[in-house]
Design a protein around this ligand. Structure first.
Ligand code: FAD
Length: 341
């Protein structure tokens, strides 16, 4: 109650600017941050505010150029050896300090493992709400607040949420929902270096080792090519045909929910409304009918190639190229042909 009173008494006008938290992986910005800068730019322009990025890590200053190129007006940089690896305690405390000092109006984060982990903690610590796993962003005409859209009730409705009382307005957004903006490296911005207050002893969890269970094959959100299989693969062993084509193309492997529910692929490969949202340059749909919930996760792919034995399968309505045939025969032929290139 005490906390509620404090929040209700908050002066919302003190809070300004749209922030995007930029996630770093393997020394570069993850796509989701750049995608959110594209959307953040629209929100900031619509609200008459600036767009800022938050960059946390070690030896990451050079990445600020990418943020400016993607449209960021400012970058808050917190660069320290203690922040070299993502850590729940240190990243939560760092973002909390930044919010307390600079008071943003909106914070966008990726609905990634890290974003889901510390986004909610930061929101709780600053006394605001968080709309998780959004698939749409806009500005509510009546209030001028951000409107966050996300699937609710197992994906059966799309809920639109606004945050009328608390600040900042926070949300995590699924990777690949939005396209990356074109990068323009002639753009410059303001780099604000913030000194980290984090000490090793503040971190209750210690990183002992990093074990990569997810190889290129399940990195669907960053993939340029995805080969996905559905129930039409007929049995789990046949998924090796999907994997062979993916190997030859350097692609990631996706699956429909039917294939995941059948236990043919782990859930982290699932594409769709209750799986991952992807936006590769090329998406192969192999033995997938094209149910609306599957299309919800892959319709922003640049080129869709469908293989299905049923010429009336709905997937052909949105496919750029269609092959009517048995996947078990077509996939080996495609794999052999791509090997020759
Ligand atoms: P099917 O619909 O059974 O289609 C199989 C296709 O394979 C058919 O078109 C058939 O003609 C073809 N085929 C069969 N044999 C062959 C062969 N030998 N060669 C070529 N083609 C062949 N689904 C998702 O994928 N992702 C989601 O995130 C998701 N979320 C959902 C959320 C909710 C709330 C609900 C209600 C459903 C959700 N679904 C999701 C399920 C979705 O409705 C479909 O049931 C599912 O996508 C079907 O998967 P499929 O296309 O592999 O199987």
């Amino acid at each position: 109650r005490e906390k509620e009173d404090k929040v209700v008494a908050m002066d919302k006008h003190q809070y300004k600017d749209v922030w995007v938290y930029l996630e770093v992986g393997e020394g570069k910005l993850r796509n989701v941050g750049l995608e959110l800068l594209g959307e953040g730019r629209k929100l900031a322009d619509g609200m008459g505010q600036s767009l800022a990025s938050v960059l946390i890590g070690h030896n990451v200053e050079r990445l600020a150029q990418d943020a400016f190129a993607a449209g960021s007006d400012k970058v808050y940089l917190v660069d320290a050896a203690e922040l070299a690896q993502y850590n729940t305690d240190s990243y939560t405390a760092t973002l909390f300090d930044l919010i307390s000092n600079y008071k943003p109006s909106v914070i966008l984060m990726g609905a990634t493992n890290d974003g889901r982990d510390f986004g909610a903690r930061v929101a709780c610590r600053v006394g605001t709400g968080l709309t998780a796993d959004c698939t749409g962003l806009g500005i509510d005409e009546a209030t001028g607040f951000v409107s966050w859209t996300r699937p609710a009730f197992g994906g059966n409705i799309m809920a639109t949420i606004i945050c009328p009382e608390h600040r900042p307005q926070m949300g995590t957004v699924r990777p690949s929902v939005f396209k990356k903006p074109a990068l323009d490296y002639t753009k410059k911005g303001e780099l604000i270096r913030v000194v980290s207050k984090i000490k090793q002893e503040d971190m209750r969890t210690k990183l002992i080792d990093m074990i990569h269970v997810c190889t290129v094959s399940c990195n669907l959100e960053e993939a340029e090519i995805i080969v996905s299989g559905g129930r039409g693969m007929c049995k789990p062993e046949n998924f090796s045909l999907v994997e062979e084509l993916a190997n030859v193309l350097g692609a990631s492997v996706g699956a429909s929910r039917a294939a995941v529910d059948a236990g043919w692929k782990p859930a982290l490969h699932q594409v769709g409304q209750t799986g991952k949202t992807v936006g590769p340059k090329i998406y192969f749909a192999c033995g997938i009918s094209g149910a609306i919930q599957h299309l919800a996760g892959m319709s922003s792919s640049d080129i869709v190639i469908a293989i299905n034995k049923d010429p009336d399968a709905p997937i052909f309505k949105m496919a750029d190229y269609g092959i009517v045939g048995d996947v078990l025969e077509v996939l080996p032929i495609l794999t052999e042909e791509f090997k020759k290139i």
